[in-house]
Design a binder for this molecule. Structure first.
Ligand SMILES: [Zn+2]
Ligand SMILES: [Zn+2]
Ligand SMILES: [Zn+2]
Length: 152
């Protein structure tokens, strides 16, 4: 088996980071990391627990959430909230973004920093408030759902 360099292998990177914090590299943590590497888009904590359990049945929710906390501190994972407040995790987030969440069809969309600029700049100007973009979810109705609501 060819050894991947620690710099490019995200599992090795996470392992080293957890160890540097005095956390043990357990089979459960490895299972979670493998699941995270394969995940794309937004995944809920419940989905991560279920997938990690398929690899290692001894995985507990508290292990998953504790590990996610540390990974988030390290910048390997970030979370946002769906319109029902449920946490959604992003793995190795490429860029900071906010979300739109439709309350009717439950679809979500990402808003890039440039698109949110009018909103974040206004709050910085009027309130001196720095928005945490990745934690911003705007709930409402999407264009399609508004159209079908109008049609009734
Ligand atoms: Zn949160
Ligand atoms: Zn909708
Ligand atoms: Zn997102």
């Amino acid at each position: 088996m060819k050894r991947k360099s620690a710099a490019v292998d995200p599992v090795a990177r996470a392992r080293d980071a957890l160890r540097a914090r005095g956390m043990r590299w357990t089979p459960q943590r490895r299972a979670l990391l493998e699941v995270l590497v394969e995940a794309s888009g937004h995944v809920t904590g419940a989905e991560l627990i279920e997938r990690a359990r398929q690899r290692d049945p001894e995985t507990t929710p508290s292990t998953v959430y504790r590990t996610l906390d540390v990974l988030e501190d390290l910048g390997l994972v970030s979370h946002s909230h769906g319109h029902d407040g449920r946490e959604e995790f992003h793995v190795w987030p490429a860029s900071e973004h906010a979300h739109l969440a439709c309350e009717a069809c439950r679809a979500t969309w990402e808003i890039e920093a440039t698109e949110a600029l009018a909103m974040t700049e206004a709050l910085a100007r009027t309130r001196g408030f720095a928005v945490n973009l990745s934690h911003l979810t705007v709930s409402g109705l999407c264009a399609d759902c508004r159209r079908s609501a109008d049609a009734v």
